[in-house]
Design a protein around this ligand. Structure first.
Ligand SMILES: Nc1ncnc2c1ncn2[C@@H]1O[C@H](COP(=O)(O)OP(=O)(O)OP(=O)(O)O)[C@@H](O)[C@H]1O
Length: 207
């Protein structure tokens, strides 16, 4: 999978959040989008994911075989982000079952083992509405990182995690991301420790 942004810009009303972003995201590489609070990291990640439309420039998605239309890209990526909510009425078991209808897990992770890998085995039949914020985040990370897709998009992945949760996140990235493309939006080094490629959103302000 390759994602190419050319002269891409996004505005909300009359405010340009970023302009003229030209970047290539290559198969298997890891990228961090960096910048202070409110600078537009999350907006850029949402534009890349297709959740938000850009206002100028282009974004293209391609596999080695073909060009994908933007509405096909979601099948090839998994996202963990604070604004993507879990279904509160589901139990953990139901959440897992629901997710697996759309995206299978990587061969290294059997669905029955996934919950234990993120320390939630005791909550299998608890409704998500009764999960703590850190438990919800562990589940979001599991659903994204274990999904068998070539692109992982992670927005502030350690939000609400304690120190043990943060080291679990780092372990999951190290053990399960393999050769997949990972793009992290963050201002915390612990979240983007694995990303040699760094994009500063500040470079695209007032451009
Ligand atoms: N739906 C929206 N309508 C109008 N403005 C928005 C909307 N979403 C975000 N913004 C604005 O866009 C700017 C960038 O927000 P964004 O969430 O991308 O920043 P961020 O760099 O991810 O911040 P943080 O580090 O605090 O998460 C902010 O000024 C924000 O108020």
């Amino acid at each position: 999978m390759k994602i190419i942004l050319e002269q891409t810009g996004k505005r909300f009303n009359y405010d340009w959040i970023f302009r003229r972003v030209t970047a290539t995201f290559n198969e298997g590489e890891r990228y961090a989008i960096l910048g202070p609070n409110g600078s537009g990291k999350s907006t850029l990640l949402q534009v890349i994911s297709g959740h938000l439309h850009h206002n100028e420039g282009t974004i293209s998605y391609s596999t080695p075989e073909k060009l994908l239309s933007p509405d096909q890209f979601f099948r090839h990526c998994a996202i963990a982000a604070p604004y993507l909510e879990l279904v509160e009425e589901f139990t953990l078991a139901e959440s897992l079952q629901f997710h697996l209808q759309f995206k299978q897990f990587i061969p290294a992770v059997k669905p029955k083992d996934a919950v234990g890998l993120v320390g939630l085995e005791k909550s299998m039949h608890k409704q998500i509405r009764y999960f703590s914020s850190g438990m919800k985040q562990r589940l979001k990370l599991a659903l994204a990182i274990f999904s068998d897709v070539p692109v992982l998009l992670l927005d502030e992945p350690c939000t609400n995690l304690d120190a043990a949760g943060t080291s679990l996140y780092q372990q999951l990235i190290t053990e399960y991301c393999g050769n997949r493309m990972v793009i992290v939006s963050s201002n915390d080094e612990q979240e983007y420790f694995m990303c040699p490629n760094r994009i500063s959103i500040q470079d695209y302000k007032n451009a």
